[in-house]
Design a protein around this ligand. Sequence first.
Ligand code: ADP
Ligand code: TRP
Length: 333
Amino acid sequence: MSKTYLTGIQSTGMPHLGNYLGAIEPAINFSNTSDGRFLYFIADYHSLTSLRDPKIISEGIYQVAATWLALGLDTNKAIFYKQSDIPEIFELAWILSCHIPKGDLNRAHSYKAAIAANQENGKKDLDHGVNAGLFKYPVLMAADILLFNTNVVPVGKDQIQHVEIARSIAQRINQQYGEILTEPQESLSEGKYIPGLDGRKMSKSYGNSIPIFESQKRLKKLVNKITTDSTGPDEPKSTEDSLIFDLYKLFANEKEVINFAKEFEQGISWGHAKAGLFEVIDKRIAPFREKYIHLMENRNLIDDELELGAQKARIIAKETMTRLRRNIMGLKS
Ligand code: ADP
Ligand code: TRP
């Protein structure tokens, strides 16, 4: 039996180069070259745990959708939809939340991190600023996964616990009612984290990211923000522990990397090195940028794709819910 692969990305703004190399590009390549059923979606309701502005939420949905489509997602090969178009996800989330001990959610990383931050800041109420949506975030994610009989969830390291929670709820339900849910496994995207402008993991929350489809002008500015040491322009520079070199390697071909290393050895000014980095990033992104802009200017094209994806996804969603309503609630439909 061929497997079902599913992954989602939150709609918290334009994806960055880390999301591109670490998640979106591998997912697109995978669906283009492997057998199986693929579901890729925009986790827009998940973003409601942190966002409060409808304009920003809606803009984020279009930015994420346009990014996937511009980068070449083939929607004949992968079902592409947004979470908010699939009401069955939220019905399932309720069923799941009634089958997971509350204590398991107390131990979820994102909730624990919020509590730890409050503790550090001397807050008396450790739940200060934590909405119930953030607390139940892993349950909604479990519903995203379990609704579609997912076998494999390609994710980054930080999401492993969430997939474990989904698996654990599925196991509990299967023990109670018979084998009615597929128990999912995570598949870890290989490779190291893509570093951001300050050398830490590139992340929206660190403010160190390079959004994929920035204009060339903005991209140049961001690359110029990378801090460098005071070695003079003619002095040899080490490629070890050089953020510029590390980023360059991710975007350049073999020959370009060898030449760049030689320039480092012979002495290259940081200005030149940054210009080189800008060029290889831009060369990789430029072919997709026009399509991104076209989609953002013609949002009906994005709406049509997501609508079609939702129709396909809901066929599977309804089948699962009929099965669960029958087995768990004794309902006929
Ligand atoms: P962010 O940390 O910017 O909020 P997300 O957590 O929304 O990013 O990540 C979405 C997807 O992109 C996940 O699959 C995650 O593993 C991947 N990802 C995020 N940042 C990086 C990075 N710096 N390098 C590689 N992959 C990343
Ligand atoms: N929590 C994931 C993230 O922040 C996004 C997500 C939501 C997801 N639902 C999912 C990922 C289901 C994989 C499967 O990156």
